[in-house]
Design a binder for this molecule. Sequence first.
Ligand SMILES: Cc1ncc(COP(=O)(O)O)c(C=O)c1O
Length: 419
Amino acid sequence: MKNKIFHPYTTFSAIEKGFPNMVRGEGIYLFDDQGKQYVDMVSSWWACALGHGHPKVVKAIQEQASILQHSITGCLTHPNVLALADRLAKLMPTPERHTLFASDGCSAVEAALKITIQYWYNLDRPEKTWVIGMDQGYHGDSLGALGAGFVDGFHKPFEQVVMHHAKLPFPLPTADDPDGFLPSKQVIEEHADKLAAVIVEPLCLGSAGMKIYSADYLKELADCCAENEVLLIIDEVAMGFGRTGQRFAFNHAGIDPDLVTVGKALTAGYMPMSACIVKDKIYDTFSDTGEKDCTFYHGNTYAGHPIGCAAALAALDIYEAEDTVERAAEMAEKMKHWMQPMAEIGCVKELRFLGMIGVVELKPEAKPLVAQIKQALFEQGYLFRPLGNVFYLMPPLIITDDELRAAVYALQQTLEEFC
Ligand SMILES: Cc1ncc(COP(=O)(O)O)c(C=O)c1O
């Protein structure tokens, strides 16, 4: 059959070479139609925290599918969405929150951007319309999300059409500025009168190549936003639900963000569902009972989808019952230890770690080797997706010691072989 798919993030040369047809998933493995198994080292685009085929999530989806498949959340509600909104609020440092549901990470981010802009409109401060993010940040591929972030390697053709406001520089610590926060402070203070919000990926710029920054920077950012009447959106789409060794990455900084976006691992990656969790001081301004109608006229067809909610509720139960977050923190220490020898390999520039994210950045001159290394690992049954010259391990959080050790060793041996 001719391939009629317009594949995302896939070069025509990759399509020409061909790739496997995955027909089944179980645990940390994907299986192709030839029966070959691959370790999913990227947790299927960072979503499948519980691996594939977790029986409890599968059962929740099956049961819900037989009861109520869809019912909208505009002027209606249903038990699953009520329960999930309540549950998400309770996971926040302060539970006074309402949650707007969406379908994927970037639709939750779009909602967050618009909520912050309309918040200031609701308060008769319509001049506050800018939402700025970090240089090379990534918040999804819709135009609004692109403007808030912007990864040169992906988004060049859209440079002229996205919101181009100031950017927070990636934090570079110095002797006088140990968290690298001062340049960001300057940007926020300079534009505070126009700023509706700041949005950041907490602690790790994933798509930019797993660039990691400190929790102290995040704390300073939260304080600075509060002092300057700027809302703070923490985009937990990639990091949320245990990846960093805390439930949310922002928990490392002890902050209480105004808005939090979640997706991916929210449903363990089994259903397309995301959410924007909003503090009530913001939510309360969206009323139609005052002089002007401040209703939020925004929504997605699948907002609060009953089967998505069932998957999310099951995933949240499992994260709690199986101590997934605590386990991830313990495994992270082991992964760090096992990966250390890779620092000695000639082509390795540096290793970086954040919870269950282990990063091996190669020296720029090793870039031409990346495709071959990736292919060699693939032939050994390891599915890596390097970002530029950055290899990273971001396996399902259910991976066992032996499986993780074997994956680390496979990467080490393959790097040694090529450089
Ligand atoms: C931090 C962050 N935000 C948003 C998104 C967009 O999510 P989605 O691809 O589900 O739209 C991503 C995707 O990788 C992400 O890493």
